[in-house]
Ligand binder design. Structure first.
Ligand code: OVP
Length: 397
């Protein structure tokens, strides 16, 4: 028998209303208690900073090997062969994480800086001839969709398959709802292109993908595992940064004084990108699965139970942050968990930060104002918060 001293909620994080504006639901869950039972999904949820941190740091109790979505891989067939880094626990995770971490070290990324800077300059050149732009298509998608596939070493043909694949991957984390079905509609063409792009022969000799295959030659992973790690790059590396940049633009459009501040001090670009990640976290929530019976904040959990971990709610918990709903690029936003925490913390974080920093720096130098021309239009996804369109009017500096 389970102890009954926990709150039960009928809240639905996957309703259109919650996904459009998730923050009222996060506040409700945080207020109910440290651990809440979600009746509709038969799972637990943690939404407070402290408990989100505790779950993420205890990977032995809160495992990833049964998947980081609602589906429990021990009882349900996964929609694709599981990731050998995201959906894995030590010791497998330790070995695979080491390889992707090495491929994206600051030393490797240093070489990308001038390339990304040149791309940011030409992007802003084109923007300033337009004035009325869509912040998503013309900025948030345009920049990563060029620099990231180039960095990985993908051919120029077929890159349009990357974003739809990311949409599938991140929808698959949630329940099997209409969003999953909609994004899977293009699976027949998208997935074969992705899988083919993961093979050694599909990659240039000088990209991150080739660096992953170098680990095969060093005897650290098999050829198949290298392909799976390239798949991880393609799964997690593009939609996330697109969402992050778009969400940052929305934040600046809503808080114009923060844009003025960034213009005054472009060196704040990296801090501003991080603060936007805190305020509008691209990855809203992932699951963990209990590997054993455990007590969490006084609530008894059984083995094999799903726990929904709300990164985005932790990042606005008033127990942790002053004025959590305010975008303040001067605040100390270090400690946000938008990249996760613990052994599964984003392995591409430095690459994402480099993209965000370089793009925001170039925009801050050359764009006087980014005013909303209309309300942004949300793009619904079960775990990624992002927009479909962000109508903006730019003024040149
Ligand atoms: C669920 C994601 C995030 C991080 C890694 C991977 C996927 C992967 O495929 O390894 S999105």
């Amino acid at each position: 028998m389970r102890a009954v001293d926990f709150p039960i909620s009928d809240a639905d994080p996957y309703s259109t209303e919650s996904m459009t504006d998730p923050y009222p639901l996060h506040a409700v869950l945080r207020e109910l208690g440290p651990v809440v039972r979600l009746r509709q999904y038969d799972c637990w949820a943690v939404a407070r900073y402290e408990d989100v941190n505790a779950v993420l740091l205890d990977w032995e109790t809160f495992g990833s090997g049964a998947g980081v979505g609602l589906a429990n891989f021990r009882n349900e067939k996964p929609w694709r062969v599981p990731s050998i880094i995201l959906e894995a626990d030590p010791p497998l995770h330790t070995r695979t994480h080491k390889i992707l971490a090495r491929v994206m070290t600051p030393q490797v990324l240093r070489d990308f800086r001038p390339v990304f800077e040149a791309e940011a300059r030409s992007l802003v050149d084109a923007l300033l001839e337009r004035r009325d732009v869509d912040g998503m298509a013309d900025i948030a998608r345009a920049f990563p969709e060029k620099v990231f596939p180039d960095a990985v070493g993908l051919p120029s043909e077929g890159r349009e398959n990357l974003a739809p694949y990311g949409d599938m991957v991140f929808n698959a984390v949630g329940p099997r709802n209409a969003l999953v079905e909609q994004s899977m509609a293009s699976a027949g063409t998208v997935i074969p292109w992705i899988m083919q792009s993961c093979s050694r022969g599909g990659l240039t000799a000088d990209g991150l993908g080739a660096e992953v295959y170098a680990a095969v030659d060093a005897g650290e992973v098999t050829e198949e595992e290298a392909g799976m790690l390239v798949r991880s790059l393609l799964s997690a590396g593009l939609d996330t940064t697109i969402a992050a940049i778009g969400n940052a633009l929305v934040a600046f459009a809503r808080f114009p004084e923060q844009w003025a501040l960034l213009r005054e001090t472009p060196a704040l670009a990296r801090a501003a990108f991080d603060e936007a990640m805190r305020l509008e976290s691209p990855v809203q929530a992932f699951f963990r699965t209990t590997t054993r019976a455990a007590e969490l904040a006084g609530v008894s959990l059984e083995a094999g139970e799903k726990v929904l971990v709300f990164f985005a709610s932790a990042n606005r918990d008033p127990r942790r942050w002053d004025d959590p709903d305010t975008f303040d690029i001067r605040r100390k936003s270090g400690g946000h968990v938008a990249f996760g925490l613990g052994i599964h913390r984003c392995v591409g974080e430095a690459l994402a930060e480099l993209e965000g920093e370089i793009l925001l720096t170039e925009l801050a130098r050359r764009v006087r104002s980014i005013a909303p021309a209309a309300e942004p239009v949300i793009h619904l996804n079960n775990s990624l918060r992002s927009f479909a369109r962000i109508p903006l009017r730019l003024t040149a500096a």
